[in-house]
Write a protein that binds this ligand. Structure first.
Ligand code: BV8
Length: 238
């Protein structure tokens, strides 16, 4: 039987056990800072220094040597390598743990923390260290025009055409470690759920906002439930 193509959506929950904060959990990022102050274009216009401080702190956290890909990240990289059909990994996360685990067919729909974008010439730069309003773009040399290469609230997510195309053709949609609060990502399951011959699966610590839409649900820490689910999938048991 031809193996269906798979779309996997991940959120902050998959990186929690690697030591990175989620957003909405009680000790999450949004319990410490307001979205309106650090994750909107208006916030950046109003106080770029504050926004740079917020993302510089997250970069330092990500570079901490204790922060490494975990068993859930590794299981998804193995699924991509061993599944006979296509596996597209769509992540809302801006960390680089999926890449470090070996995933390659990957879309960062909300951008990448370690990349910087020049709002003057559009150039993308990787890993410029601490970003400040003084720092100049390495391409156009304009100073003070660099911003984190992340998608803020009110901005269009990245590679949406590629994502919707993959959703339109997939036979299995797996959502991992996301609360289902932020759109358009939270609406992907609706795109797939009612199409004949497709399966929708939620793997999360607890039921997400959209839990009832999923046909199959497994709850627990990602480092336990994701490797288990992937090995059963590869064993053809599912
Ligand atoms: C847009 C980058 C136009 C920056 C982020 C429709 C209805 C209502 C509102 C809207 C709507 N459409 C648009 C909106 C507005 C808005 C939105 O959704 N607002 C919400 C708050 C209501 N959306 C936008 O503005 C988006 N842009 O819509 O453009 C458009 C529309 C259609 C089509 C095209 C364009 C842009 C949103 C992107 C914002 N940027 N991040 C940064 O990171 O700083 S969003 C950010 O928050 C993350 O990227 C992620 O997407 C989201 C957080 O969600 P999660 O990852 O799910 O994390 P959370 O903490 O919430 O949950 C963690 C989960 O893990 C929990 O369920 C927990 O139980 C679980 N967990 C915890 N530990 C573990 C675990 N699971 C397993 N194991 C564990 N150990």
């Amino acid at each position: 039987m031809a193996r269906p193509s798979i779309v996997v959506l991940t959120g902050a929950g998959i990186s929690k056990e690697s030591g990175l904060d989620t957003f909405r959990d009680k000790d999450g990022l949004w319990s410490k800072v307001r979205i309106e102050d650090v994750a909107t274009p208006e916030a950046f216009e109003r106080d770029p220094v504050r926004v740079h401080d917020f993302y510089n702190a997250r970069r330092r956290g990500l570079r901490n040597s204790n922060v490494q890909p975990n068993a859930a990240h590794r299981a998804l990289a193995e699924l991509e390598q061993r599944w006979p059909g296509e596996v597209l990994l769509v992540t809302q996360n801006i960390d680089d743990l999926h890449e470090r685990a070996g995933s390659r067919n990957l879309v960062h729909m909300h951008g990448e923390l370690l990349k910087t974008r020049c709002v003057h010439c559009g150039a993308l730069d990787a890993d410029l260290g601490e970003i400040s309003v003084e720092l100049a773009c390495t391409s156009c040399r304009e100073a003070g025009r660099l911003r984190p290469h992340v998608v803020w609230f009110g901005e269009m997510p990245l590679e949406m055409d590629r994502i919707y195309e993959a959703l339109a053709g997939c036979g299995l949609f797996i959502s991992i470690g996301t609360s289902g609060n932020v759109y358009p990502a939270a609406g992907f399951v609706q795109e797939v759920r009612y199409r004949p011959g497709t399966r929708t699966v939620e793997l999360n610590l607890e039921p997400s906002e959209g839990a009832t839409v999923f046909e199959e649900r497994h709850y627990g820490p990602a480092t336990e439930i994701v490797p288990t689910y992937v090995s059963q999938l590869l064993a053809g048991a599912r």
